[in-house]
Design a protein around this ligand. Structure first.
Ligand SMILES: Cc1ncc(COP(=O)(O)O)c(C=O)c1O
Length: 353
């Protein structure tokens, strides 16, 4: 096959799934929920399966109106996607041509770069500083004549750090004709959103997911928000049935009764995360504070710490340069993080012994 040179040059985005397919690990490596979705959501999935409509193509009903109630944006400004990954993909495919430039601060979520490369766009990665603050001035300085898109992951994965509205405004107004994608995959945990800026800026798109706080990563549901004219363009890029009905039925239930996932978010951010941070401080373990349901942790030896955790049934995520001196720890329920702290405490005492 004569694969396009842009594809031949790339490598696949292959997250480390091997260990997750075997054994009964506590999964603190992909920033998912450590608890399953609410009983209502599971019941809605089951009801759809048993309702005799699986053989029919999806008919999405009024899910966009319901999502509008949640996001505060009209249905015409929303498009559902097969995970946030696909939301990122359709935004980039709608905006970028081969040879265009996309700017992103690095390290960040790999999918944004992956998609741009499939298009043959050039990805300009502007490094975060050692303090992991967003490199705003360097991002603005990198804008050139071929820059079409700036992607901001907020809070960023894996640094956990965020930008504020004043910083985003400078990016949005950096140059006429420049588009800005803000990925708010961790919005429910951070409580930060730039959705209100959609009223002010027609060069802004925002992506989100049902994979994290809503706990349906396995069903693949995300969405993009932007002005209605751009959303109409996005519908040309997405397939008509790319989103499956089980995900939509679960989402309806999760939006109709948010208390269970809201309680989970509260437990993660107000109970478990402060406890884990206190544990690290008390044990002299360096970590980088952030706004999402994960932390970058800097142990004396990453391989030792990660291997010990794995041997004791807990998976965390190895990082690539420039943060290879850290592992990324997802924060789950306070009960699950109690197990993590007990295990890590044992590791520290045997490592110090
Ligand atoms: C910043 C960011 N965006 C998007 C995603 C993927 O979301 P989804 O599972 O909805 O494709 C992730 C998953 O880790 C992420 O960290």
């Amino acid at each position: 096959m004569n694969v396009r040179p842009a594809i031949a040059r790339m490598s696949a985005y292959s997250p480390p799934l091997e260990m997750r397919n075997q054994g009964d690990y506590l999964l603190l490596d992909f920033n998912e929920s450590t608890l399953p979705p609410s009983a209502d959501a599971v019941a809605a999935i089951r009801a759809y399966l048993e309702g005799g409509r699986v053989q029919a193509y999806p008919a999405y009903g009024n899910i966009l109106e319901r999502l509008g109630g949640y996001t505060g944006r009209p249905a015409a400004e929303l498009i559902l996607t097969n995970g946030c990954d696909q939301a990122i993909e359709i935004v980039e495919r709608a905006l970028l041509e081969a040879g265009d430039e996309m700017i992103t601060a690095v390290p960040t979520f790999a999918m944004t770069t992956q998609v741009a490369q499939t298009i043959g766009a050039r990805v300009v990665g502007v490094p975060y500083g050692a303090d992991l603050r967003y490199p705003l001035e360097a991002v603005l300085a990198a804008v050139g004549p071929r820059t079409r898109l700036i992607v901001v992951t907020n809070p960023n994965n894996p640094t956990g750090t965020s930008i504020d509205g004043a910083q985003l405004r400078r990016i949005l107004t950096a140059r006429p004709g420049l588009a800005v994608l803000v990925d708010e995959a961790y919005y429910e945990f951070s409580g930060r959103t730039f959705a209100a800026l959609l009223d002010e800026f027609d060069n802004l798109a925002i992506t989100r997911t049902f994979s994290k706080a809503f706990a349906i990563a396995g069903l693949r549901l995300g969405y993009a928000m932007s002005n209605a004219a751009f959303v109409r363009e996005l519908y040309k890029v997405r397939g008509p049935y790319d989103v499956n009905m089980l995900a939509v039925k679960a989402a309806e239930a999760l939006l109709a009764r948010p208390e269970p996932w809201q309680a989970y978010v509260h437990d993660v951010m107000q109970v478990a995360k402060p406890r884990v941070e206190r544990f690290f401080r008390e044990h002299g373990v360096r970590y980088y504070p952030g706004d999402a349901n994960f932390l970058l942790v800097q142990p004396a030896s990453v391989p030792d710490a990660v291997d010990y955790l794995k041997a004791h049934g807990i998976l965390v995520r190895l990082m690539r340069p420039p943060v290879e001196h850290c592992f990324r720890l997802s924060i789950g329920s306070s009960q699950d993080m109690g197990r993590f702290m007990e295990t890590y405490g044992n590791y520290l005492s045997q490592a110090g012994a």
